[in-house]
Write a protein that binds this ligand. Structure first.
Ligand code: DO4
Ligand code: MG
Length: 284
């Protein structure tokens, strides 16, 4: 099942039918068995045709009051790329160590108001010379610490700032519109397919300048392990989104330009497409 948050009501998609839900987003997604709860809604709700629904409303990021957190260096590709970008700073060793350690890297990524939804702009920093999108499976974990859904995430990153000194990580990772989520909250009956593919395409004008895919099965850690560490000493009254780390990093000579278009898709969930621009309000 898929839940779409819009500028109006919530839409539920199930078996090619759409239903309109008049619910509070944060309350709805925190039901302890969300799939079964949503199934009851398909009996009670008005069935609508997709075209008239999507014409009336704009789909926004599937987030309400939740914080967004992220895991790092969970795939070999991320470890390699980060060791490379930080070799001159002497920080490369930290990435190697965290890849092997029991404790994962977890960092705060964003408050909800900084998150871009499908079709919205993501920003690159004016004080950064090397910028990339990071395509990531994002978990929705409810207030009880249970993984209830999934969405597509983009953990926009400055490689020049992080590469200069790992202590600059919060500036490399957290700024206006550095996170994107969407297009929906995917709520499967069981877990997401373990071999689901993540694909990222980057378009410059009409040309595709990057494309690659990797299966989520290549991740070194499990989803429950990441969620467990996040909930060790923190409560999330409205649940939380947790990006699970990037599995795709464009070659070192690549940096994003203004007006690039990033299309990230995950099998079973859908496409998250965003245009890249500088923040019009930047003071850099
Ligand atoms: O270690 C820094 C961040 C790592 C990250 O964002 C990732 O691996 O996706
Ligand atoms: Mg990342």
């Amino acid at each position: 099942m898929k839940l779409y948050k819009t500028t109006g009501e919530i839409f539920l998609e199930h078996e090619d039918k759409f239903y309109l839900l008049h619910e509070d987003w944060d309350k709805l997604i925190n039901h302890s068995d969300l799939y079964s709860w949503l199934l009851t809604k398909t009996d009670q709700s008005v069935e609508m045709d997709e075209e008239s629904l999507l014409k009336q409303k704009t789909v926004v990021a599937p987030i309400g009051g939740q914080e967004v957190w992220a895991a790092g260096v969970t795939y070999m590709r991320s470890r390699e790329a980060r060791m490379e970008e930080s070799k001159d700073s002497g920080g490369a060793n930290f990435y190697d160590k965290v890849y092997e350690a029991d404790r994962p890297e977890l960092f705060f990524k964003s408050l909800p108001h900084r998150v871009a939804g499908p079709g919205q702009d993501v920003y690159i920093r004016k004080d950064s010379t090397w910028n990339v999108p990071e395509p990531e499976l994002a978990l929705f974990i409810n207030k009880l610490g249970q993984i209830q859904g999934y969405t597509v995430g983009n953990d926009m990153s400055s490689r020049s700032i992080e590469g200069e000194n790992p202590l600059y990580l919060p500036q490399a990772k957290t700024y206006e519109r550095s996170a994107a989520l969407g297009p929906c909250l995917y709520v499967p009956e069981a877990k997401i397919h373990p071999e689901a593919l993540i694909t990222m395409c980057i378009f410059r004008k009409d040309e595709m300048v990057y494309k690659d895919s990797v299966s989520i099965s290549r991740m070194k850690r499990t989803h429950t392990e990441l969620a467990g560490f996040l909930f060790r000493e923190m409560d999330f009254a409205m649940g939380v989104f947790l990006m699970t780390g990037t599995c795709l990093v464009p070659p070192n000579e690549f940096t994003l330009n203004e007006e690039d278009r990033v299309d990230i898709s995950i099998q079973g969930i859908g496409h998250l497409i965003n245009r890249v621009v500088f923040n019009p309000g930047s003071r850099s």
